[in-house]
Design a binder for this molecule. Structure first.
Ligand code: ADP
Ligand code: ASP
Ligand code: MG
Length: 424
């Protein structure tokens, strides 16, 4: 007997038939004698609709900024998961399974106060474990918890993955299965590159990079938690027949295992390609080249909660003036430009230029640590396709390249093939 946490994403619970199908997946594990807890997302498209309602409330005359209180945003957007948790509990009960829905505040899943992007601080697993022992299946609404202000808090988009891994850690589950609309983690988004290959295993560090660099198959925070708490996490499909051979395999279920790098026997140099759309580039021209100038730029941007990513500073020729380029999410560009203009005197630059709609394509692989020339092959492959590189950043296990938006798909496919990742 094992203890398993099963998470089902938006497309997996998109309508009543799919919820029924999900219930069959749960029944398979319950019938096998396992202790099971389930985490669900909202029906696909629901969270977008709820966010749209909050953001499109008619504005006060004269203002063009969307106005909403983040606590009320959370009250609205958390409702999608409430509906699916109740519906799945009903579907399970109709199959004779003892199931009960739980909202984040009822368990409770305690979070910090960052409404809209809260972090889970603590889950007391004892009650779920006790109920599991009595044969009850807890169907937990993902994406939500209870803030210190005693109000509902949501975990940021894609946050149900994080709810699932956090619950798996809290109840010391043997496995956390993330069921979605693809049958595992691929070498790149299979919707962009049909030649992408499914990975049998991927190391936590690589998955962390893939997720933070744009592969939305898992929320970044869920991978961090899985890594820290050593949760055996599988990404697998809810669309397969729940009773097909092998679906109930305890040690090797079909899908991709996220695990320690020591568990991966044949480590490739490059494991995958990720991309992130909607990046914007801001350049400050003829900036004074003196100590403190970076702090004067990035301090106020950080205070305004603007996430700065790639930073490139030129070496000045005469030691007096330089240029600084950095990227921010496209949605933050106007806010960033306002912060820069408010601080123009303190920073001391001549002009500021910006460009939105760019894309960051990244090459990821632990094997890069011990191989030279990996970056050079990316540059060559992109050059051969006439794709211009606007900025580059590297770390031990990744190379990120900023390019013009329209070249995103071509660049992903080009790099995928350049590193031999295409399936034969
Ligand atoms: P869910 O609603 O189940 O949480 P998501 O839409 O959040 O599902 O994540 C699954 C999607 O992630 C897939 O449909 C796929 O298009 C996308 N994706 C991006 N990169 C990858 C990758 N490397 N491997 C698998 N899927 C990926
Ligand atoms: N429903 C939420 C979202 O769409 C959370 C999730 O699906 O993981 O972001
Ligand atoms: Mg998701």
């Amino acid at each position: 007997m094992a203890r398993i946490v099963m998470k089902f994403g938006g497309t997996s619970v998109a309508d009543l038939n799919r919820i029924h199908n999900v219930a069959r997946h749960v029944k398979r594990e319950v019938d096998a004698g396992h202790e099971v807890a389930v985490v669900v997302s909202a029906m696909s498209g629901k969270t977008n609709e709820l966010v749209g309602w909050v953001e499109n409330m008619p504005k006060v005359a004269g203002s063009n900024a969307p106005f909403y209180d983040a606590r009320e945003y959370d009250a609205v957007v958390a409702s999608g998961e409430q509906v699916t948790s109740g519906l799945l509990a009903i579907a399970l009960q109709s199959m004779g399974i003892n199931a009960r829905s739980w909202q984040g505040w009822q368990l409770p899943i305690k979070t910090d106060n960052a409404h809209g992007a809260a972090r889970i601080l603590d889950i007391d697993g004892a009650d779920i474990i006790r109920r599991m022992g009595e044969g009850q299946v807890a169907v937990v609404a993902g994406f939500q918890g209870l803030g210190p202000d005693n109000r509902m808090a949501t975990l940021g988009r894609g946050g149900s993955d994080t709810s699932a891994v956090a619950i798996a850690a809290a109840v010391k589950a043997d496995r956390c299965d993330i069921y979605t609309d693809v049958d595992g983690v691929y070498t790149t988004d299979p919707r962009i590159e049909p030649k992408a290959r499914r990975l049998k295993k991927i190391a936590f560090e690589e998955m962390l990079e893939m997720a933070s660099l744009g592969a939305k198959v898992l929320q970044v925070r869920s991978v961090e938690l899985a890594m820290v708490h050593k949760v055996r996490t599988f990404v697998r499909s809810s669309f397969e027949d729940p009773d097909a051979p092998g679906m109930g395999d305890l040690l090797n279920p079909p899908g991709t295992l996220i695990c320690d790098e020591d568990e991966i026997v044949e480590q490739e140099v490059v494991t995958g390609i990720a991309y992130a759309k909607d990046e914007a580039q801001i350049s400050l021209r003829r900036l004074a080249d003196r100590p403190g100038v970076s702090a004067a730029i990035f301090g106020p941007l950080a205070e305004a909660h603007i996430n700065v990513d790639m930073i490139v500073q030129n070496i000045s020729e005469d030691g007096s003036k330089t240029d600084m380029t950095f990227t921010v999410p496209s949605g933050d560009v106007n806010k960033a430009l306002k912060v820069l203009s408010d601080n123009k005197e303190k920073i001391g630059y001549d002009v500021v230029q910006s460009e939105s709609g760019l894309v960051k394509v990244s090459v990821i692989g632990i094997g890069m640590r011990s191989h030279a020339g990996v970056a050079a092959s990316a540059f060559r492959a992109l050059a051969d396709k006439g794709i211009n590189i606007k900025a580059i950043t590297t770390s031990e296990i990744k190379i990120s390249i900023l390019i013009d938006g329209p070249y995103a798909e071509l660049a992903v496919r080009t790099l995928h093939s350049a590193y031999g990742l295409d399936k034969s």
